[in-house]
Design a binder for this molecule. Structure first.
Ligand code: ASP
Length: 315
C-alpha cells in the first residue's frame, strides 16, 4: 500500500510581499511531520491532525497562534476532523483557550459522544481531555492586530479574510479575497482516508460567527468510499454549497472521478454562489485534486514515491 498527504494554508489573492520562502518552509515542515507518521504505518487521521497542529503553531497561517482578530479584538477558533474509515468526526467552534483546536476536534472524534462543541463548552471539554490551555492573547500577533486596525480604519464594518501582512493597505476588494485557514487530507497505508481543517476565521468577524471549517460536510469531510476534503475560502458560501460532501456525493452517486467531482463543486457550484477559495482532496487510490477559483492557494503534497512539493499560485 502507498500513502498520500496533502495540505493547504489558505487561498485568495495572496501577496507575499515578494518573500514566499517562509510560506514554503511552513508548508514543508507540516508535510514532514505528517509524512513521518504515514511512512511508519500510522493512521491518516493521526497524520492530518499532526500536520494541521504544525500549521496552527506557525504564526504566518490563520489558525492557532497567528489567528486573525474578531471585531472585539479577541480570537475565536474553529476546527474539525473526520476519519473516513468509520465516519467518526469531531469539531470545535468559537474556542478561546485551546492551544491547538485540531487536537480538541480529534479528542471529540475519539470520544464519540458528540461531534461539535462550541465556545466555553469546547474549552471545558479540552481542559478535561488534558489538552494545553492558553490565555486568549497567546493567539495574537502584531501583524494580525495591524490587520484589524487597518481594516477598521478603511471601513469599520468590513469583514475580511486575510493572512498576509503584505496585504495591509491593499484595496477593500483585495482584502475580501484572502483566506488563511489550514488543512490536511491523507490516505494511509491501510487504505483509510482522513481530513482536518482549522482556522481563526475572518478578520473583524462578529463574535459568535462560525464558518465552514468545523462543519462536517462543508469545510471538512472524509469517507473511505470516495475521498477526503479540506476547504478554505468564503465560509458562508462553502457552507451553502456543502463543499466536502458534494464532492463525495458526485463520486459515489454520480460516478465522477476525484478531479471531475472536485472541479465541478468548486468551479460550478461554489462559483455560481459567488464563493471564492478552494480545497485539497485525496482519493482512495491516492490521487490528488486541488482546485481553487482564487488567484492562489498555499498548498503542498507528498506521496510514498515522491518528493515534498509546495506551491502558491496556479501552474
Ligand atoms: N473558510 C474560513 C472561514 O470562513 C476562512 C478561510 O478559509 O480562511 O472561517
Amino acid at each position: 500500500m502507498t500513502y498520500t498527504l496533502a495540505i493547504h494554508g489558505g487561498a485568495g489573492v495572496i501577496q507575499t510581499g515578494g518573500d514566499e520562502q517562509p510560506y514554503h518552509q511552513g508548508l514543508r515542515q507540516a508535510l514532514e511531520v505528517g509524512q513521518v507518521i504515514l511512512k511508519e504505518g500510522g493512521t491518516a487521521i493521526d497524520a492530518v491532525v499532526a500536520a494541521v497542529e504544525t500549521l496552527e503553531n506557525h504564526p504566518l497561517f490563520n489558525a492557532g497562534h497567528g489567528a486573525v482578530f474578531t471585531a472585539d479584538e479577541s480570537h475565536e477558533l474553529d476546527a474539525g476532523a473526520m476519519d473516513g474509515s468509520d465516519l467518526s468526526a469531531g469539531a470545535v467552534a468559537g474556542a478561546r483557550h485551546i492551544k491547538n483546536p485540531v487536537r480538541a476536534a480529534h479528542a471529540l472524534l475519539k470520544d464519540q459522544r458528540y461531534v461539535l462543541l462550541c465556545g466555553a463548552g469546547a474549552d471545558q471539554f479540552a481542559l478535561e481531555a488534558g489538552l494545553p490551555q492558553v490565555s486568549n492573547n497567546y493567539f495574537s500577533t502584531l501583524h494580525r492586530l495591524q490587520q484589524l486596525q487597518t481594516l477598521r480604519a478603511s471601513d469599520p464594518s468590513q469583514v475580511a479574510l486575510d493572512h498576509s501582512v503584505a496585504t495591509i493597505g491593499t484595496s477593500k476588494a483585495d482584502n475580501e479575497k484572502k483566506f488563511g485557514t489550514v488543512g490536511a487530507v491523507a490516505l494511509d497505508q491501510h487504505g483509510h482516508l482522513a481530513a482536518a481543517t482549522s482556522t481563526g476565521g475572518m478578520t473583524n468577524k462578529r463574535p459568535g460567527r462560525i464558518g465552514d471549517t468545523p462543519l462536517i460536510g462543508a469545510g471538512v469531510y472524509a469517507n473511505d468510499a470516495s475521498c477526503a476534503v479540506s476547504a478554505t475560502g468564503t465560509g458562508e458560501h462553502f457552507i451553502r454549497a456543502c463543499v466536502g460532501h458534494d464532492i463525495h456525493a458526485r463520486m459515489v452517486y454520480g460516478k465522477q472521478s476525484l478531479s471531475q467531482a472536485a472541479n465541478a463543486t468548486v468551479f460550478e457550484n461554489l462559483s455560481a454562489l459567488g464563493g471564492e477559495g478552494g480545497c485539497i482532496t485525496v482519493g482512495r487510490d491516492g490521487s490528488i485534486a486541488m482546485p481553487f477559483n482564487s488567484r492562489g492557494m498555499y498548498r503542498g503534497w507528498v506521496t510514498q514515491d515522491g518528493e515534498i512539493e509546495t506551491r502558491i499560485f496556479s501552474d
